[in-house]
Design a binder for this molecule. Structure first.
Ligand code: B12
Ligand code: SF4
Ligand code: SF4
Length: 373
């Protein structure tokens, strides 16, 4: 391999729509595997049993493919047009995380990674393997090693160039290519992501307990949630962006240039009443080619009903009532919970109106103890 293939690989990656393409050793040892083992031993993966069963292969790229020498790490920017968090003020609307508002990124990235991998194989004459998310490979530490960014205190990879909105994908190759310098940590004394988390999911900076994370609960967790998290989820019905969105490095972020990752209008602030009424066919149609489809209708409607319970909007009582006879026990249980929450709200409003009618001292409103009228 007389000519350095990296500039050509990078150029092709950018032409395929990736926003970053850098190189790291796939063979050098690291401590990420031990940290992953600690995460799993502490039970922080919750019901994601596949993390346990693939632990040995996940520990290091060579544990999965001992021929791997270089990792080509790709990033694709999915930056939103505006800060998404203010959208949660819209009572009656559900909040889908930014990554789930367009086409499924696995589908967007996979084909392009394969195309690029074919080109890498042709340029280097060496074997390649392609990974995006579902394969047992730790993408974030590889991306930090390749200099794409650093793992922040919220454990995601962020960069000075793209902020927090970057999907990752990896190609492993048997070719020994020159590598880029690893990125260093630029979090400094900031703790914005840690304090923004609505469920205190960070036992320490740089560590996440997935069992407390709303992204895990809304997407990965199959059953009824502990009540503590039902109230904390607010209107978040798929994923969560709080720790990403509050990060000050987003001031350097730009809007996604890949049209398929941009938000579909129907998935920004969708009405909770419409979502609660989705049957399986309507759910599949609304979320065609979108990542939400993966969790299935029942789990999604469970999330919607928790959000309805949190809405404090008596207009949503009918939407929850309509689910009391649902075929899914998970959905029925969530509907009962939503109605009990809304009943509290309705009783409070009735009590407040009563108090107002009697020209009661407004200070009395602070005395509501949940029992009157
Ligand atoms: C499992 C998983 C989840 C789980 C667990 C998340 C997690 N932080 O691990 C859940 C379901 C909660 C999840 C949520 C999300 N995910 Co996810 N997820 C994954 C997956 C499949 C594996 C990640 C993994 O191995 N986790 C295990 C832990 C142990 O690994 P880790 O975070 O790297 O752990 C490091 C730190 O704990 C650190 N550490 C531990 N102790 C200490 C101490 C010190 C001092 C230091 C410095 C470091 C340190 O070292 C560990 C090893 O690097 C990856 C894809 C992949 N194959 O890598 C996507 C991935 C991480 N997810 C992604 C996304 C987008 C998300 C969400 C933003 C989606 C959303 N909006 O809801 C949230 C973010 C939540 C969060 N704060 O992390 C992207 C992240 C892209 C990026 N720029 O980082 C990935 C890479 C998918 C992709 N291909 O783009 N996810
Ligand atoms: S995604 Fe949400 S719940 Fe999960 S750690 Fe970040 S802020 Fe907390
Ligand atoms: S919010 Fe602050 S601590 Fe968290 S990742 Fe961003 S810079 Fe680091």
């Amino acid at each position: 391999m007389a000519v350095d293939p990296r500039p050509s690989i990078r150029e092709r990656a950018l032409a395929l729509g990736f926003d970053a393409c850098q190189f790291a050793s796939a063979a050098e040892p690291w401590n990420a595997g031990e940290r992953l083992a600690h995460f799993v031993q502490a039970g922080r993966h919750g019901e994601m049993g596949w993390m346990e069963t693939t632990l040995a292969r996940r520990a290091h790229p060579t544990a999965m493919w001992d021929g791997a020498r270089t990792a080509i790490v790709l990033g694709m920017n999915y930056g939103p047009e505006t800060d998404p968090l203010p959208q949660m003020a819209d009572v009656g609307a559900g909040y889908l995380s930014v990554y789930a508002r367009g086409d499924d990124y696995h589908e967007v990235i996979k084909g392009r990674l394969k195309t690029l991998a074919g080109q890498v194989a042709a340029l280097t004459g060496q074997d390649v393997k392609v990974f995006v998310d579902t394969a047992p490979l730790m993408e974030k530490p590889l991306a930090q090693r390749a200099g794409l960014g650093w793992q922040g205190k919220h454990t995601n990879l962020l960069s000075r160039r793209h902020g927090n909105w970057l999907f990752l994908g990896v190609i492993l190759t048997a070719a020994e290519l020159e590598v880029d310098a690893a990125e260093i940590d630029h979090c400094g004394s900031c703790t914005a992501c840690l304090t923004a988390c609505p469920t205190n999911a960070f036992p320490a900076p740089y560590q996440l307990d997935a069992r407390r994370c709303l992204s895990y609960l809304t997407i990965e967790f199959a059953g009824p949630w502990p009540v503590e998290f039902r109230t904390a989820t607010g209107s978040r019905i798929y994923g969560c962006d709080d720790c990403l969105a509050v990060c000050p490095w987003n001031k350097f972020a730009s809007t996604a240039r890949e049209g398929r990752l941009m938000a579909r209008a129907a998935l920004v602030s969708p009405r909770l009443s419409d979502l609660a009424a989705l049957d399986d066919a309507a759910f599949r149609t609304l979320f065609a080619k979108n990542p939400v489809k993966r969790i299935g209708r029942d789990r999604f409607v469970r999330n919607v009903l928790y959000a309805i319970g949190n809405s404090a909007d008596p207009n949503l009582i009918a939407a929850a009532q309509a689910r009391l006879g649902d075929e899914s026990a998970l959905v029925r249980g969530a509907a009962v919970w939503a109605l009990s929450r809304l009943a509290d709200t309705a009783r409070f409003l009735a009590w407040r109106n009563e108090a107002m009618n009697h020209e009661t001292d407004p200070g009395v409103l602070a005395e509501w103890d949940g029992t009157a009228p």
